[in-house]
Design a protein. Structure first.
Length: 591
């Protein structure tokens, strides 16, 4: 019914968003990385809805997958209940039923039918009309997200490895696969062959007797080549990718996976041009594999959507019409919608009053992947105060991101106090120049704890933060949020997406493509300066290719601008002028 979805927002920010928006037909994505957060939210929502709660303790066999299954079943149960209650409400009395239809895009048949019904006088015809409208309603999907490469190995109380099927990512997948949900798992952060192969173990990902996929696969991708490689790997196993979600490399929230200078516009163009060929190639692998496994043949659909940095209805419509996208994702702006996401009041007000310079791409993540950070967050304030006190790093309690074995046999987290102390001592005893030692120490101490920081806001907002728990909040919005300067209702944000109102009126904001281009140029400039001390031929070729890809993207946008028909002449002139300024900025970078 809706042309947009709400992507995953950190660990906790969208962990229960389906309970807030799914009954209105809006789909959203829940992170299932942190089973401790999930268990606490299950307890919270069980108590809130008078549902019996039986705890699943950490030491129990397969506790991680069982916790995830139990929570997803609870979400499904509660959303179904909400939806059925909503459908029973009366029409035209300013109820949630009316809100459901008023949130829909004007172009949908259901919204138009609702408006026609409202003009009817009372009588049997109106009742029949209302029954038809109720029958046509559908819930938003409760999709889940797994970062494929966040796949920590686990050990029992005696220190024995519990096996490949009990690593974090595989256990999370099992939790979703064994739940009651008929929805999708969004696989992000690159390909994990072990995880992808494990999907074969669950029948829900194969067609049922009616040829329907109860469990679907969505791949979050940053370019066509990687999308095709991953989808072919799955198709050979009889597993179908129901949707590709193309995400901007840098103009997005959370972890940012920068491409080698390949911009969003050219990426979308390649998907548009090669979509049918890709579908045919995948079906040629998929059908024999499904038949070999004895499942019913089906004619699966394949959607393509885009997310990252979309800010206006004109951009949204252009992406869907020009590039033939099936849907769009709107993420970071929903952090300013209190009824849809979990942002504590202090952080919410800081976000609403922030400027563009407060949002930046950092090396804060222990994963070693770029991370969108907010300089005014309480977690960033705590990080700096710990450094000033001579106690850099964080206590490491959850250990989801442990990966470093530089100093220890058992992996530890690079954001932990243990690792940072050991690394700083090593650097201080080295023969490096003092300024280089300090530069490397700054790199080490930039890491922050994500496991706790990305959950804290959820605990604070819902009143379940424990007395001794850290109150520091980590939040990772995309840079696009800087242009939204207030808090909003769900109706206001959805109205903005569909062009019923303009939340950015009077705001000077570059086109999303130009904004992403400038982010990449700044990234390249920083990359070049980082290589100064250790420059070699290989790095020179990489940087030259990066710069060339950006120039190719600029050339593509010069050809694209005249094709944008839903913007004013003044807007297009400004966009071209911004593009030429960016081109000059790129040319000034010397490798």
């Amino acid at each position: 019914m809706h042309s947009f979805h709400i992507p995953v927002l950190g660990l906790g920010y969208s962990v229960d968003t389906p309970l807030k928006v799914a009954r209105y037909g809006i789909s959203s994505v829940v992170s299932i990385v942190d089973d401790e957060l999930i268990e606490r939210m299950r307890q919270y929502h069980s108590a809130k809805n008078d549902v019996p709660f039986v705890p699943i303790f950490k030491g129990e066999p397969e506790s991680r997958s069982k916790r995830i299954t139990a929570y997803l079943n609870l979400l499904n149960q509660l959303v179904n209940k909400q939806f059925e209650q909503l459908k029973q409400m009366p029409f035209n009395q300013d109820t949630d039923l009316d809100r459901y239809f008023n949130l829909l895009p004007e172009a949908t048949a259901l919204r138009q039918g609702y408006e026609l019904m409202s003009d009817y006088t009372e009588g049997e015809s109106k009742q029949i009309f209302q029954n038809l409208l109720r029958a046509g309603m559908s819930k938003g999907a409760i999709d889940v997200n797994i970062m494929a490469k966040v796949d920590k190995m686990n050990f029992d109380a005696e220190g024995n490895y519990t096996g490949d099927t009990h690593t974090d990512a595989l256990a999370a997948l099992k939790g979703f696969a064994e739940s009651d949900l008929e929805s999708s798992v969004v696989l992000s952060a690159g390909m994990n062959p072990r995880l992808y192969s494990y999907i074969e173990n669950f029948k829900g990902f194969y067609p049922d007797e009616a040829g329907v996929l109860r469990k679907r696969i969505i791949l979050k991708v940053s370019d066509f080549r990687s999308a095709l490689i991953q989808a072919k790997f799955l198709a050979k196993k009889g597993l179908w990718v129901s949707e590709f979600r193309i995400e901007s490399g840098l103009n997005c929230g959370g972890h940012a996976f920068a491409t080698d200078g390949l911009l969003l516009g050219p990426i979308l163009e390649e998907f548009k041009q090669r979509r049918e060929d890709m579908m045919a190639e995948l079906l040629a692998l998929y059908h024999p594999a499904v038949a070999e496994r004895g499942f019913k043949q089906a004619c699966p659909q394949q959607k393509i959507s885009v997310q990252g940095g979309i800010g206006t209805v004109q951009e949204d419509v252009f992406l869907r019409e020009h590039y033939q996208m099936d849907a769009t994702g709107w993420g970071s702006p929903f952090l300013l919608v209190p009824e849809a996401t979990n942002v504590d009041e202090d952080t919410l007000q800081k976000l609403a009053g922030a400027e563009a310079c407060d949002f930046y791409v950092s090396s804060s993540s222990p994963l070693g992947v770029l991370f969108n950070n907010f300089s005014k967050s309480s977690a960033e304030e705590l990080r700096l105060s710990r450094i000033a006190e001579g106690r850099p790093g964080s206590p490491c309690n959850k250990k989801y991101l442990v990966s470093n074995t530089e100093f220890t046999e058992e992996p530890i987290c690079t954001a932990s106090r243990q690792y940072q102390n050991l690394k700083i001592k090593q650097l201080q005893s080295s023969a490096l120049p003092a300024d280089e030692i300090q530069r490397q120490i700054d790199v080490v101490t930039e890491k922050i704890c994500l496991c706790e920081g990305l959950c804290t806001s959820t605990f604070i907002k819902n009143g379940i933060l424990k007395p001794r728990e850290n109150k520091a909040v980590t939040i990772c919005p995309g840079p696009n949020i800087a242009f939204f300067s207030k808090t909003y209702t769900l109706d206001e944000m959805v109205g903005h997406i569909y062009g019923r109102k303009n939340l950015l009126e009077g705001t000077a904001r570059p086109n999303m493509f130009i904004n992403e281009l400038n982010l990449y140029i700044d990234y390249l400039k920083k990359d070049i300066s980082g290589y100064v001390a250790s420059f070699n031929e290989k790095k020179g070729k990489y940087l030259a290719k990066f710069k060339d890809q950006l120039q190719q993207g600029i050339s593509y946008y010069k050809q694209l601008i005249p094709q944008i028909s839903n913007q004013t002449h003044e807007y297009l002139e400004r966009m071209l002028n911004d593009l030429l300024l960016s081109e000059e900025k790129l040319r000034s970078l010397e490798i």
